[in-house]
Design a protein around this ligand. Structure first.
Ligand SMILES: NC(=O)c1ccc[n+]([C@@H]2O[C@H](COP(=O)([O-])OP(=O)(O)OC[C@H]3O[C@@H](n4cnc5c(N)ncnc54)[C@H](OP(=O)(O)O)[C@@H]3O)[C@@H](O)[C@H]2O)c1
Length: 255
């Protein structure tokens, strides 16, 4: 119960690493604003099942926003910051996990349109930055918080498209700076940089590229979403109370 009584915002909760983070947070006692792009019956019933599984000890509030759409991000953040509990008190947000992201099939810059580069930066970098700016305002008022970004091993080894690798490297610079800005407010800012992980995204490489990618990690396998979630829970929790401005690489020992 590392996160008992805390409230978290997690983006991209409907599948992959985000879903594993949501489940790990719920298992550790956190209430979650589960951010997904679109409302669906499937996600609504999944949330219900999750709360029942935890005997209704936690709450999961679905929030909808497309991270490439500033207006949707602003409206979503407003609804999160304005949410009240049963006693009419505002629910303070303790944790923000910027997980949602996109990648494109491996390509060279020579064959990449600038529109594609901008699209990747919108979802992987600018959208999460705006959401962070808005959610952190509440954390600054409360003088506490932990923000976790999901970068990628591609930020270090260029193992993916230029727009993906660059947007994930930009996150690292952002983490370093925001840790400085938010530190005086008792808000920690860190990142997890996963290696190839078994999700829709991590399974989308062709066989040859995947073989090369796996040959470069000591453990010679993909990560499981739960293994990435464990690292996020650690950084979100008080277990890492003296850690900020760090990037935790969870990549099976990529060389
Ligand atoms: N898997 C890997 O090998 C790997 C490695 C390193 C880093 N990462 C990073 O880990 C994070 C999670 O990746 P994953 O592997 O879980 O990927 P995934 O299975 O493809 O899931 C991506 C998530 O991001 C959401 N998303 C995409 N575009 C969005 C948008 N415009 N607005 C809001 N949400 C959007 C998706 O929602 P929809 O279902 O609506 O599309 C989905 O929930 C990403 O930041 C990724 O870059 C992944």
């Amino acid at each position: 119960m590392l996160l008992k009584g805390k409230t978290a915002v997690i983006t991209g909760c409907n599948r992959g690493i985000g879903k594993a983070i949501l489940e790990d947070f719920a298992g550790n006692g956190a209430n979650v604003f589960a951010v997904v792009r679109k409302e669906s019956d499937e996600f609504n019933s999944y949330i219900q099942e999750l709360t029942v599984k935890h005997e209704n000890r936690i709450k999961v509030y679905p929030v909808f926003m497309d991270l490439s759409n500033e207006e949707e991000i602003k409206a979503g953040a407003k609804s999160i910051l304005g949410m009240k509990d049963e006693d009419g008190n505002k629910i303070p947000v303790d944790i923000l996990v910027n997980n949602a992201g996109i990648s494109n099939p491996l390509n060279s810059l020579a064959l990449t349109k600038m529109e594609t580069v901008r699209e990747a930066f919108d979802v992987n970098f600018f959208g999460p930055m705006l959401l962070t700016q808005l959610i952190a305002r509440g954390m600054m008022r409360n003088k506490r918080g932990s923000i976790v970004f999901i970068s990628s091993s591609a930020a270090y080894d260029g193992g993916a498209n230029v727009e993906y690798s660059a947007s994930k490297a930009a996150i690292i610079g952002e983490v370093k700076r925001l840790a400085v800005e938010y530190g005086p407010y008792n808000i920690r800012v860190n990142a997890v940089a996963p290696g190839l992980t078994a999700t829709d995204m991590g399974n989308s490489m062709n066989e040859e590229d995947e073989k090369i990618a796996l040959s470069m990690n000591i453990m010679k396998r993909k990560g499981r979403p739960e293994e990435i979630a464990d690292a996020v829970t650690f950084l979100a929790s008080d277990m890492s109370s003296f850690m900020t401005a760090q990037v935790l690489r969870v990549d099976g020992g990529l060389r």
